[in-house]
Write a protein that binds this ligand. Structure first.
Ligand code: PLP
Length: 338
């Protein structure tokens, strides 16, 4: 039995999700005629109290479309150095939007309002790029699944309002944050200019993300999606998986979080971990003793456990819906022997 902790993107649809996909009503979405996509977009927007939604193939695309919509060429985007939009989207901020980035050094991927305020370029200084957008990530992937405090987000929003900046949320794992913090989508919808939510991470869909925001923004985003080559046709099969996931797979994330804590405790007690980052959701990141991460990943692979080295001295485990309690127990038994 292979136990795959490399990412929560490795899940495969179960029989109920597959049934929902097979029964989906479909049409040509480029003509706006796919009933399942229309329903998923409306449902997502309603959940967040936003006006509209746009279904896209990936979280990278929803983030990049949002950045394109909120900036002009030559503008500057403020984000944490560990942000997915900066680290893992192929330089898309520069490539797609011709914008530069002001990196902040936050706390496990989370930046604060004072840092944002200090990073804004004065709008009357022609030497400086025009700051137009702040991007947050909740939970933070490279921060080990860390969650923002809503109060800090509200403070950041205030800074954005005072300086006429848009505020985008990369909410690839926002579901995990909301379950861990007992928060609601509407609390987030009331703050952000746009939110990217992923269906293909903790919620277990094979594909898909939704960008939610105001009607005008989503109209513009739909045009940008076309330009990026992301207009899809009968993708309602995928949207049906998304609808199923939103109805069935959110509450259960608490089990993934509990499993992550159990595994993290075992790792902390083992001889291979120097430190384990605080475990708030479904991600475990630990520092190995010395630059031994890849060697340990290889050793674990021999025991059928797959995980991922995010740095020469860092390993990441991600718990997800295809990880059963039996797999958690087996993993803990193996870790105990290390
Ligand atoms: C925080 C975060 N944002 C965005 C993405 C991008 O999602 P996708 O792989 O669907 O492009 C990921 C992917 O893992 C992620 O972890």
């Amino acid at each position: 039995m292979i136990i795959d902790f490399r990412s929560d993107t490795v899940t495969k649809p179960g029989s109920e999700m597959l049934k929902a996909m097979m029964n989906a009503s479909i049409g040509d979405d480029v003509f706006g005629e796919d009933p399942s996509i229309n329903e998923l977009e409306r449902m997502s927007a309603d959940m967040f109290g936003m006006e509209a939604g746009l279904f896209c193939p990936s979280g990278t695309m929803t983030n990049q479309i949002a950045i394109k919509c909120h900036t002009q060429p030559g503008d500057e985007v403020i984000c944490d150095e560990n942000s997915h939009i900066y680290q893992y989207e192929g330089g898309g901020i520069a490539f797609n939007s011709s914008a530069s980035v002001k990196l902040l050094y936050g706390d496990r991927g989370r930046i604060n309002a004072d840092q944002v305020k200090a990073a804004i370029n004065p709008s009357d200084d022609n030497h400086k790029a025009n700051t137009s957008l702040v991007c947050l990530e909740n939970t933070s992937n490279r921060g080990g699944g860390s969650c923002y405090e809503l109060e800090e987000i509200k403070k950041i929003k205030q800074v954005c309002v005072e300086n006429d900046l848009a505020l985008h949320l990369d909410g690839a794992r926002l579901w995990n944050a909301m379950v861990a913090k007992n928060e609601t989508p509407k609390q987030y919808g009331g703050i952000f200019s746009s939110i990217s939510i992923c269906l293909s991470k903790g919620l277990g869909c094979p594909v898909g993300s939704v960008l939610v925001g105001k009607k005008d923004l989503i109209k513009k985003a739909r045009r940008v999606r076309k330009v990026f080559g992301g207009g899809m046709r009968q993708a309602g099969f995928m949207a049906a998986a998304g609808i199923y996931a939103l109805q069935n797979n959110i509450e259960r994330l608490k089990h993934d979080h509990a499993h992550a804590k159990q595994i993290g405790d075992a790792i902390a007690k083992s001889s291979v971990a120097k430190t384990v980052l605080p475990i708030e959701t479904n991600i475990i990141i630990f520092e190995t003793i010395g630059a031994t991460a890849q060697a340990l990943v290889d050793k674990l692979k021999n025991t059928q456990i797959l995980c991922y080295a995010t740095a020469p001295d860092r390993i990441r485990f991600v718990v997800h819906l295809d990880i059963t309690p039996e797999m958690v127990n087996k993993t803990i038994e193996i870790i105990k022997t290390f």
